[in-house]
Design a protein around this ligand. Sequence first.
Ligand SMILES: Nc1nc2c(ncn2[C@@H]2O[C@H](COP(=O)(O)OP(=O)(O)OP(=O)(O)O)[C@@H](O)[C@H]2O)c(=O)[nH]1
Ligand SMILES: [Mg+2]
Length: 357
Amino acid sequence: MQVALIGLTQSGKSSLFSAITEGQGGSGAAGVGQIERAVVKVPDERLDFLTEMYKPKKTTHATIEFLDLPGFSFVSESGQQEARKLIAQARQSEMLVLVICGFSSSSVAAYRDRVDPMADLEELQNEMLLADLELVTNRLEKLEKSKNKPTKTADADKKEYAILQRCNEAIENLQPLSSAIQSEEEEKIVRSFGFLTLKPAVVVLNVSDDDVSGVAAITAEQAGCEVIQLSATLESELVALDADERDAFLEDMGVEEIAKDRLVKTCYKAVNVISFLTSGEDEVRAWTIPAACPAPEAAGAIHSDIQRGFIRAEVVAYDDLVAEGDMKGVKAAGKSRLEGKTYEVQDGDIINFRFNV
Ligand SMILES: Nc1nc2c(ncn2[C@@H]2O[C@H](COP(=O)(O)OP(=O)(O)OP(=O)(O)O)[C@@H](O)[C@H]2O)c(=O)[nH]1
Ligand SMILES: [Mg+2]
């Protein structure tokens, strides 16, 4: 799963990236126009608990790949061209983090000489919509020429043409693209285009250190998605501290969790995936599956043999394990379940698959 950090120039994307990756992906000092990438563990207190319990040789987290894209500037023609290329890159990610500048600094030139988060967000979202519209119209023009020719793809082309026309209408009527999609099949076709405005998104409002606990300048309603307010520079300083210092600092601030952890978890949830867990002396591990996934398919995330030879899933809910203290207690309380093929795996299920091949 891949998440791209995008935004207008100098909004703090690279600072945020450095905090999220705890510095592993470089310091944001890469050459101008370069894309940085790094794989990040999704924090999971359930894995911490299981690791404490089993003391395994290895603990494996779910992961997300983050991309740090250079900032977009729509001020000049050349900036717009550059942004177009970067947008093509962002289309490949499953999710977007829109990093919006909410800090003023004497040493950083503000985009369009303003510190106006709402105006920046509107400009960014507007450009995303325009880019999607351009994609729709280009493709429609191509299909216009080919759709009535007796080619191999004529049927598929006609279908696509009809959907894209509806997409076009939706954008022109200022409706979200999602309103143009009527079935799962259509969704699949549309997904292959990588429309930016259809991707799950979260807005990060990057404010000064002393504003982090203030009222956010953008509400979730205005953004159309969750808004997380943080200070990217503060976050990157926090990750450089050792665990005790970090905890002391968070306690001082009166917050439970470092903001970048909250962001990574939010991204994971936003793409509609969940984790089930496996545990043992060798390894404690989180496995990523789509929400509402039947047990055999979940088993397939581990190995296709386990899916093929699926017999039953021995399932313990994480909360039951915590309540009973250990697996013995869980079994004594009758809270270990045997589930069959139609069972929908729940987030946090600890599973042992029985299979036969
Ligand atoms: N005062 C202050 N400065 C910040 C904050 N976040 C970022 N900066 C500074 O703003 C400048 C740009 O930050 P970057 O993280 O490089 O921004 P960017 O979005 O990656 O920039 P581009 O990739 O060029 O678009 C740097 O000098 C940062 O130190 C903040 O919360 N407060
Ligand atoms: Mg940058």
